[in-house]
Ligand binder design. Structure first.
Ligand code: NAD
Ligand code: LMR
Length: 339
């Protein structure tokens, strides 16, 4: 069997799995929203991924150009483009992994929840199509507000009778990517050695980095802990402000989604011990039906949702304070899907 590391074209995508070796089967991936700010660089990263055999690019605008462009890269991935709702079925046919970054991004002054009115309907329609044309696929939602779009996807699948909670994941990987970067910088560590679990949700205070569970162990004063937590929580807004009206994180997001996709494909291929933090249906927190935490990825998607582990007093206080916001965002998604 081949070493897992031989599959990697992008250093550091999912560091942990390098220790294992497996012969990975190749997979078909559909990317919905492929023409956008995230979709374009994510298309490229997927075109460079040796675990992918086929890549279907779908959007309602501009996707033919992206497809023609990346199809010239001399990697074996077969790329096809699909434009508009009448071609959506073709994009989904046979897909084992569907990644959805379709929808509008924030502008300065907006919260992620301000995107709900536009993006909820986009996600609902795309997941309805996925449920119809490839109900067995793993669906990964990038579209904000993730805290609500994942519950929408789950409700859509429930209504269609195709719900499998192991196959719906909210992509919160960017929070982990940021936490790893910032902690490595602050503690002068080699970033490839750093792993910080980030749990909760993917918006403002619901983003809860567990610095007390970082690998390698790091120590912060109370003031530093607060500053680092807020830096991770506000990182998306920093990018939105720096882009000054031209959208939100796209390149780091594509990197994060590519890492999540690669880990998921390795899990689907039978690679053991692949862990990522993801926002999923969960019973780790009572009365909170969706929560981000570390999950084990396996041949059917999420194989296991791991418990939160010990939180220090600061993390516990942050957790208690944000829970009502997270629950409200979940309920908002559920209500929308059932309206
Ligand atoms: P963008 O506007 O650059 O691209 C979005 C793309 O979606 C466009 O190409 C658009 O044509 C397409 N689209 C719109 N409606 C569609 C539909 N019905 N079907 C298919 N495609 C459709 O935006 P972006 O910067 O790529 O961001 C996309 C989403 O990702 C936003 O909601 C943003 O908030 C979110 N996001 C999430 C994270 C995260 O960590 N989960 C990080 C960054 C951005
Ligand atoms: C991010 O965290 O960068 C994304 O959720 C986009 C945003 O609106 O901040």
């Amino acid at each position: 069997s081949k070493g897992a590391s031989s599959h990697r074209v992008t250093p550091g995508l999912s560091r942990k799995s390098r220790r294992h070796s497996v012969t990975c089967e190749a997979k078909k991936v559909a990317l919905l929203g492929a023409g956008g700010g995230i979709g374009q660089p994510l298309s490229l990263l997927l075109k460079m991924n040796k675990l992918v055999t086929e890549l279907s690019l779908y959007d309602i605008a501009g996707v033919a150009g992206v497809g023609a462009d990346i199809s010239h890269c001399n990697t074996p991935v077969k790329v096809s483009s699909f434009n508009g709702p009448e071609e959506l079925e073709g994009a989904l046919q046979g897909a084992e992994l569907i990644i959805i970054p379709a929808g509008v991004p924030r502008k300065p002054g907006m919260t992620r929840d301000d995107l709900f009115n536009v993006n909820a309907g986009i996600v609902k329609a795309l997941v309805e199509a996925a449920s119809k044309h490839c109900p067995e696929a793993v669906i990964q939602l990038v579209t904000n507000p993730v805290n609500s779009t994942v519950p929408i996807a789950a409700e859509v699948m429930k209504k269609a009778g195709t719900h499998n909670p192991a196959k719906i994941m909210g992509v919160s990987t960017l929070d982990v990517v940021r936490a790893n970067t910032f902690v490595a910088e602050a503690k002068k560590l080699d970033v490839k050695d750093v792993d910080v679990p980030v749990v909760g949700g993917h918006a403002g205070a619901t983003i809860l980095p567990l610095l007390s569970q970082a690998t390698p162990p790091v120590s912060f004063t109370d003031a530093e802990k607060k500053m680092m937590t807020e830096k991770i929580q506000n990182a998306g807004t920093v990018v939105v402000e720096a882009k000054a009206g031209k959208g939100s994180a796209t390149l780091s997001m594509a990197y994060a989604a590519a890492r999540m996709a690669e880990s998921t494909l390795m899990g689907l291929s039978g690679e053991p011990n692949i862990y990522e933090c993801s926002y999923v249906q969960s019973d780790v927190v009572p009365d909170c039906p969706f929560f981000a935490s570390k999950v084990l990825l396996g041949p059917n998607g999420v194989a296991k949702v791991l418990p939160l582990g010990n939180m220090d007093a600061f993390e516990q206080a942050c957790f208690d304070a944000m829970l009502p916001e997270l629950k409200a965002s979940i309920q908002k998604g559920i209500d929308f899907a059932n309206a």
